[in-house]
Design a protein around this ligand. Sequence first.
Ligand code: AMP
Length: 294
Amino acid sequence: MNTVTLPAELRQRIGEARRQNYSVGFVPTMGYLHSGHLRLVQQAGEENDLVVVSIYVNPTQFGPQEDFARYPRDLDTDRRLAEEAGVGLLFLPDTATIYPAGPDGQQVWIDPGAMAQCLCGASRPGHFRGVATVVAKLFHLVQPDRAYFGAKDGQQATIITRMVADLAFPIEIRVAPTVREKDGLALSSRNVYLTPDQRHEAVALSQVLNLAKAYLTAGGRNARELEKVARDHLTRAAPLGRIDYVTAVDLVTLQPAPDEIDRDIMLALAVYFGRTRLIDNRVVRFTPSGLEFQ
Ligand code: AMP
């Protein structure tokens, strides 16, 4: 595995790969790698000749009261895990590369519009502007054929997919399934913040997704009732948690699903345990052969 920091080194390595006609798969991360990230790396390796992973904790996607400074970091372990997973090129840009004028000096942003203002965007103003902007920069630097995102961050995956379509990036976005702990909790770098009691209750998030599947499979189609089923379960099973949102949204626009669900939706939820905010979601598609749950 090669490790690069500067754009010129990156260009050189990518250029070598291109001269050998290698396809390039890219996995952007903020590090503190876990099996969820490695699932993306694995898929990228199956579909491309060279896998590039970036690690960059992007300051502009954190609000002033959020955990940028204390976001978990462990570069030595990340390097080892990346190497073992078959990453060919590890890109560790510094802030001078990503924000030449400094994070506060950035003038031109990518604004994902209404898709960025709902769900996580409502409680994290500016978050998806920061995400879309840094991902666009990384795409320009790496110039991959395909880029890999986790379904766990469903709003992010939808926004990036839309950005690539709306701005004509020549990149295919691939969304990989959420990797979970044995009890169902979605893996997240932030799970390390949870106390044992919070960790115990956090399983309620994935239980809600199973209840949603049961509700829809039994023929339920009322979006507001579905949200109530989900909310009631969280209130009962996770009294230490504080619900940020539980919303059934149109999968394409991310706006609230109509009362009578008649299209592909995502049931998305976010719950605070102390200052730690956990998210999860379930995508439900209407296919000719019936409902498909992801
Ligand atoms: P992060 O380092 O948290 O920015 O995540 C980097 C990428 O890994 C994003 O595309 C995430 O959606 C994805 N990811 C994070 N956790 C998981 C998970 N449990 N399963 C699948 N993908 C994940």
